[in-house]
Ligand binder design. Structure first.
Ligand code: LLP
Length: 423
């Protein structure tokens, strides 16, 4: 399905016109489609209908309560990376027994909160972390269900900044330390060792790295079983890409077949942590043209969204599709689409072919549902922009605009400020 299409000449989210929405809530704003979220979840679940895995939505991709709740209502659990995300997932109705806790830096407070909440599993990324979890579990008189996140030493073939499966990365336990980690996981007090977890990177388009990683994982399971260690669960992480630039997408059916062929015979209970795949295509960032600056060397379309609202192009060199909200068959110009932030990096991308747009026109930045609002900041004295969810012909503001005045209310002057001013 495509939730975003032109209806009566205006780009719409389901049947809500983005022009009407912009008039209603002001720009820029994120808009999410409920139907697309549901369809994305269903596609993933259908691909693994036989296995009935635990599908833990990676909340970091988009932590809006409405998004988590929509996916939870479809049956999703959550993959969290902090206790803040746990609070969000629980508040959105995810059952604690469907939550896995990932991340290299879980601290004592977070481990305590996770054990008290009774999460499904903590994915452990180092030996010191394993020891700390055991200590906290003993202090609380609870058993901590743990999986060891294996670093399979695989090049994921994605952006450098989103690759996590190579051995120089901070993520996971490197193969040379796994023996010690498994021994500790099975002997330290109050740990229940459940199995292995893995996540090789994000926006991975090729099945090759997954194949290598799964084969290494399968071998590990067999080896440890031979040594008498019980391995019940495998958490395969997330990482599948979406076609930002119309590029090749790792087919879900092929990915599922790969999982089935390589890991199926092990009869482990499977879990996945998809983020981008569930929410990326379900969101757009809608922005208004502030100035159409036709310079001698280039045409700059200066829009009212900036790198603080969507940092992916500046941070990873990612390129999102950009389209006019008003359908147009007029001839196209070549534009660099930029934001208002005082950074050269505030560039959505060069050489977009778009109509001859003018101040006041609207554009929509596609596939902005994942790692968009979740990574936003208020840099350059900017408001945090609203998030709107649509369903059919209805819409709801699921996060309102947070003005600069409101942000200033979070701050306080130090007590000596007044006398310093007077002096
Ligand atoms: N599980 C773990 C342990 C992860 O670290 C991640 C993503 C996921 C699951 C979800 O991965 P996904 O299915 O979304 O690829 N900000 C970057 C992406 C960073 C991903 C971090 N970890 C971006 O905008 O592309």
């Amino acid at each position: 399905m495509t939730a975003f299409s032109y209806r009566g000449g205006a780009l719409s989210a389901e049947s809500v016109s983005l022009e009407a929405l912009a008039a209603e809530v002001g720009t820029p704003f994120y808009v999410y489609s409920t139907a697309q979220l549901q369809a994305n979840y269903k596609n993933f679940a259908d691909a693994f209908a036989g296995e009935k895995p635990l599908i833990c939505y990676a909340v970091k991709a988009n932590a809006n309560q409405a998004v988590i709740q929509t996916l939870a209502a479809c049956g999703a659990g959550a993959d969290i990376t902090s206790i803040g995300e746990m609070e969000r997932a629980l508040a959105a109705g995810v059952h604690p027994e469907k939550i896995v806790f990932s991340g290299v830096g879980k601290d004592r407070n977070e481990i305590t909160a996770a054990l008290i909440a009774g999460l499904h599993q903590l994915n452990v990324e180092s030996i010191p972390e394993l020891r700390l979890i055991s200590q906290v579990a003993v202090e609380l008189g609870r058993t901590a269900p743990v999986a060891l996140r294996v670093n399979p030493d695989v090049a994921a073939g994605t952006w450098d900044k989103t690759a996590t499966g190579h051995k120089e990365s901070k993520f996971g336990i490197e193969p040379a330390q796994l023996d010690e980690a498994v021994k500790l996981a099975t002997t330290l007090p109050d740990l229940a060792f459940k199995g292995f977890a893995m996540h090789i990177g994000s926006n991975v388009s090729d099945h090759g790295p997954f194949r290598i990683a799964f084969e290494r994982l399968a071998r590990l399971v067999q080896d440890w079983r031979t040594c008498g260690v019980t391995i019940e669960r495998l958490d395969l992480g997330g990482g599948l890409n979406i076609p930002y630039r119309g590029e090749k997408v790792a087919s879900l059916a092929d990915y599922a077949k790969l999982v089935r062929d390589i890991l199926g015979p092990l009869n482990c209970k499977l879990a996945f942590e998809p983020g981008r795949l569930l929410v990326g295509t379900a969101g757009m960032l809608v922005s208004r043209v502030t100035h159409a600056k036709k310079a001698v060397t280039k045409n700059f379309l200066i829009i009212d969204a900036g790198m603080n609202d969507l940092v992916r192009p500046a941070m990873y060199g990612a390129r999102h599709g950009i389209q006019p909200v008003r359908e147009s068959s007029a001839s196209r110009l070549t534009w660099d689409v930029v934001g208002p932030v005082c950074e050269t990096a505030d560039l959505f991308g060069e050489a977009y072919e778009l109509p001859d747009l003018a101040a006041g026109d609207l554009v929509a930045i596609a596939f902005a549902g994942a790692y968009g609002s979740a990574m936003a900041s208020a840099y350059n004295g900017r408001a945090l922009i609203p998030e709107i969810m649509v369903s059919g012909g209805d819409y709801a503001v699921v996060r309102r605009r947070i003005s600069v005045a409101e942000q200033m209310g979070w701050e306080a002057l130090p007590p000596w400020a007044a006398s310093a001013q007077a002096g």
